[in-house]
Design a protein around this ligand. Structure first.
Ligand code: SF4
Length: 246
């Protein structure tokens, strides 16, 4: 366990990263975008609402929201007070309302009301940073993208895939290790692993099938039973069993 040497070569790191990526696929076969959506616009809106809020809470709000505002033009012409009330449960609702209205206006003014499918265009839209753009590209347009959120940054740091801390630099560093076509699903799997196993405070190291390749093994409890209790989600039993089998 934790057998990674400090003098790992670039090639060694790439091989280890790809091995871990394959294991992540086996550990989290259910990984997916957890924001409910049926179109690029809905995903853009849901992603804006997900800032500082759980995906679950966003999914509680969006069914009514999407019915009431089915187009970019509807957001552009929204009644601010009404929109604020609808999205209030997601927090920071004034800023988010502002972003949604401005996003609607920009889409109507510059893109005929459609969400564009290119990074440069998405990145220029109000409320949509590079992370959000990658979520939209990967999940609504099928363009591979790495979504560097807080889980992703923490985990690839622990795995010593990169020493970068800036999200864009992390994105490029991980992009150089993993094949492009894997990027979108890898992002979901890493985020699932961060939510279910490799927690910020107490990672479940003793119940983690990545342990052999992880330089941070031992950051959390290594005793199997204690670690198993830390694993979250509907597939916790399978995740623990997989770690025991490795
Ligand atoms: S849970 Fe522990 S062993 Fe697993 S990836 Fe996180 S730090 Fe590494």
């Amino acid at each position: 366990m934790g057998s990674v040497t400090v003098r790992e070569t670039e090639l060694g790191r790439k091989r280890r990263a790809r091995r871990m990526a394959r294991l992540l696929e086996a550990i989290h076969p259910d990984a997916h975008c957890e924001l409910d959506h049926g179109s690029p616009l809905e995903l853009a809106v849901a992603t804006i609402l997900s800032a500082q809020c759980t995906d679950q809470r966003v999914n509680e709000v969006t069914p009514i929201l999407f019915r009431k505002y089915p187009t970019a033009a509807a957001y552009a012409g929204a009644d601010r007070a009404e929109l604020e009330t609808l999205i209030k449960p997601t927090g920071f609702f004034r800023n988010k309302t502002d972003s949604l209205i401005k996003l609607g206006q920009a889409l109507v003014d510059r893109y005929g009301g459609e969400v564009p499918g290119k990074m440069a265009d998405l990145d220029s839209l109000p409320g949509i940073g590079r992370k959000t753009a990658n979520v939209i590209l990967g999940n609504a347009f099928g363009v591979p993208g790495l979504t560097v959120d807080t889980h992703f940054a923490r985990l690839v740091g622990r795995w010593e895939w990169t020493a970068e801390v800036d999200p864009v630099k992390i994105e490029h560093a991980v992009g150089a290790l993993i094949e492009r076509r894997e990027w979108t699903m890898l992002s979901h799997r890493i985020i699932f692993h961060g939510r279910r196993v490799c927690h910020a405070r107490k990672p479940a190291c003793g119940a983690c099938a990545l342990a052999r390749d992880c330089p941070a093994y031992g950051t959390g409890p290594t005793e199997p039973d204690a670690a198993a209790k830390l694993v979250k989600g509907p597939r916790a039993d399978e995740i623990v069993a997989m770690a025991r089998a490795t």
